[in-house]
Write a protein that binds this ligand. Structure first.
Ligand code: ATP
Ligand code: MG
Length: 328
């Protein structure tokens, strides 16, 4: 992926040599890069809001299209760096942790380890709906990650299948962009850029677009429920706003009925996606307890499901091949 707006491949950001462009979105450009001192690959996320900025003629320094954006951009840069500093202190196998922040070229960059793999969205497009055993393992890892993040005082605020990387070869999920959305929306709904409004994704609960309700752990758990909905049905959920306005049901049991998921598993997703925050899982720990009870019942299921869980946990394999699972 190349773009005139990206820094040229081969250039350096701090001590890191850019080797490719991984992603180019409205606000960030993410590069693949190389740390020559440690001799390892990294990813570099550069704050580069397309709508409001451009680069100097040499293609290096980010400059504002209008002087009026200065205060907005400075605030965004400071919050981005602060997010990076917080994430440099995060240590959880299912959260993309950062290892460095760089202030250069008129902007800020966060440096993380490079994750070999694909996004969950790409993975689902390629592999279709995963079995319940595999999904339980993925869910367990993501819930322990959210528990860790929430306990540390951060909300993710933007969980989507695009923001979950499926690492190769473990097949385990890694959550990217923890707390990034607070850069745009430090408190509920604010303007994304000086000119544009925020539009909810299918994974955003209603409180993300309301001034009267507070986001909390239950908001991230709603989004995680949406990710599971996408995984089991093959389609995005209807947005929370549409569901509320037009009284559209989730229809999860109908949409997933022929795929062999247990009613108890589907009920866990439905609980996460309730419109009213108080009807949902209130914390990742609460959902984890229910998930643990659910998976323990799988042991009594002499079927593909149990074999899938055993395989995912690496049971019966040598330690070198065993799949890592994160701890709570
Ligand atoms: N550490 C990494 N290793 C490998 N690929 C990465 C890494 N970080 C990001 N990517 C790739 O870049 C894409 C964009 O990354 P990310 O989701 O962090 O940025 P964004 O979508 O621009 O911002 P945000 O989701 O925070 O609004 C990811 O979907 C993934 O494909
Ligand atoms: Mg993203």
């Amino acid at each position: 992926m190349e773009s005139n707006y990206s820094l040229p491949i081969g250039w350096h950001v701090g001590k890191y040599e850019l080797t490719g462009v991984l992603s180019h979105q409205n606000f960030f450009t993410t590069y693949r890069a190389y740390d020559p001192r440690l001799k390892l690959e990294v990813a570099i996320k550069e704050l580069a809001p397309l709508e409001c900025t451009t680069r100097t003629a040499d293609g290096r320094t980010i400059v504002l299209k209008e002087a009026a954006y200065a205060q907005w951009f400075d605030g965004m840069k400071e919050r981005f760096l602060e997010t990076g500093r917080v994430l440099c202190r995060f240590h959880h196998s299912s959260i993309l942790s950062y290892r460095d922040v760089v202030e250069e070229n008129g902007t800020a960059c966060l440096v993380s380890r490079f994750v070999e793999g694909t996004t969950l969205e790409e993975w689902l497009c390629k592999n279709g709906a995963p079995g319940e055993g595999k999904l339980c393992i993925i869910l367990h890892n993501l819930l322990t990650a959210l528990h860790y993040g929430h306990q540390s005082g951060s909300l993710h605020n933007a969980i989507t299948p695009q923001n979950i990387l499926m690492e190769h070869p473990t097949g385990m999920p890694v959550l990217t962009g923890f707390a990034n959305k607070t850069i745009f929306r430090p408190h509920k709904i604010t303007l994304l850029t000086p000119n544009s409004e925020w539009y909810p994704t299918p994974y955003d609960p209603s409180e993300q677009s309301s001034n009267s309700e507070m986001p909390g752990p239950w908001s991230d758990l709603y989004a995680l429920g949406g990710v599971l909905y996408r995984a089991v049905t093959g389609r995005n959920p209807t947005t929370a706003i549409e569901r509320a306005c037009e009284d559209i049901p989730l229809s999860l049991p109908v949409l997933s009925s022929h795929k062999g998921y247990s009613p108890a598993f589907i009920a866990m997703i439905e609980k996460a996606m309730q419109s009213r925050a108080e009807d949902r899982w209130q914390s990742a720990a609460e959902w984890l307890r229910a998930l643990d009870r659910h998976t323990s019942t799988l042991a009594a299921t002499p079927s593909r499901l149990r074999r899938a869980v055993s395989a995912m946990l690496g049971l019966g394999r040598s330690p070198n091949n065993a799949t890592a699972t994160s701890s709570r």
